[in-house]
Design a protein around this ligand. Structure first.
Ligand code: SF4
Length: 353
């Protein structure tokens, strides 16, 4: 069953609870000041009025931008208490927080339960200790494993954040990270490419020539491999890449940023599916593909890029892509003179390297 994401009321607490700065981070670009608990209450109140009446989707207040459970206990209570009236009146269904894996001990989880927190997003970023060390995360992969296990034991919905292209990272390390995270069975994932942002510690390293971000093409290739490894796991990827925002445009210096990164990755997967087909059926001089109506633009690629590349790669004059309701989303169907052949993403395999 498709996971219906809740409507989120985002409350940003930039760097609140962070003892030090992770190398890639500049949360300050998202907001100027940390809002007080009273300010959070008025913000949530105002946000509730903006939801259309009769809205069936669940509503969640989300504390983002810092390490919520690393702030002093009384401050956590102060923020959470402000949400209580909204939970009791039914205006809000639950709370979500984001935090670090090393700030999720049993007593913290008990407090979160007490105040109606449902979802905890854990910034794991990598499961390779050297990458975590070089990124100045200050926690280990083992702490992500134990925190996720505890959270699931307590019945929280768990989201895990990963990053690609951190200092010391490689495709192989990313795929190993993903394998370990899949074993933890989180409820969803977010995967972000590392960007160099103004005033983040990484900026100096990059300016000195001691850090090279992934190119957009490399990021697409890594993410493509990652998404295909996730096929069949039923772990959804809630987001790939940072949300486009004015602040991001201002603070961005280098790295694989694209507002539609997820779609680029999906398009790349379709390109590989098309290529696989046409290598298997080389006699098709004008291949005709069918896909689900929702997939047409992704199959074609931005500015019909996939069609152009496939034509060049295979030396064919024309390639047709048409929609058909009976083709499942995510699949591609090739119609030949004598048969129809369906391929799923999970049918695509890559060499280990
Ligand atoms: S990435 Fe998270 S934990 Fe690290 S400094 Fe930024 S907000 Fe704090």
């Amino acid at each position: 069953m498709k996971r219906v994401s809740p409507l989120i009321i985002p409350v940003f607490l930039p760097h609140l609870g962070c003892q030090k700065r992770c190398i890639f981070c500049n949360q300050k670009m998202m907001a100027q000041a940390v809002p007080s608990p009273a300010h959070v209450r008025s913000f949530v109140e105002a946000s509730c009025y903006q939801f259309p009446s009769g809205q069936a989707r669940k509503k969640q207040v989300a504390f983002y931008g810092g390490s919520f459970t690393a702030i002093p206990e009384e401050d956590q209570r102060s923020y959470l208490k402000e949400i209580e009236p909204f939970l009791s009146s039914g205006k809000i269904d639950s709370i979500r927080i984001s935090t670090r894996p090393d700030a999720l001990e049993e007593e913290v989880l008990s407090l979160l339960k007490e105040y109606g927190v449902k979802t905890v997003e854990v910034g794991a970023q990598s499961m390779i200790d050297e990458v975590l060390f070089l990124s100045q995360r200050g926690h280990s992969a083992e702490e992500t494993i134990s925190a996720t296990t505890r959270l699931k034991h307590w019945g929280f919905e768990v989201g895990i954040h990963l990053m690609i292209g951190l200092p010391g990272d490689s495709l192989d390390r990313f795929l190993k990270t993903l394998d370990q995270v899949i074993d933890l069975k989180p409820h969803f994932l977010r995967i972000h490419p590392t960007l160099v942002l103004k005033r983040a510690p990484l900026e100096a390293l990059w300016r000195e020539g001691n850090y090279t971000p992934l190119t957009l093409e490399e990021a697409i290739q890594w993410l493509k491999r990652g998404l295909l490894n996730l096929e069949g796991t039923s772990i959804p990827v809630a987001r790939i890449g940072l949300q486009p925002a004015e602040e991001l445009e201002v603070f961005y210096l280098a790295g694989p940023y694209h507002p539609s990164l997820h779609q680029l990755v999906d398009s790349e997967i379709y390109f590989d599916m098309g290529r696989h087909f046409l290598e298997t059926y080389p006699d098709e001089s004008e291949p005709r593909f069918f896909c689900h109506p929702k997939d047409v633009s992704t199959v074609r690629g931005q500015k019909n890029g996939n069609i152009q590349r496939l034509k060049e790669y295979l030396g064919v004059k024309a390639i047709f892509v048409q929609q058909r309701d009976d083709v499942p989303q995510g699949a591609l169907l090739l119609q030949t003179a004598t048969q129809e052949v369906l391929i799923q993403k999970s049918d695509i395999r890559y060499d280990k390297n």
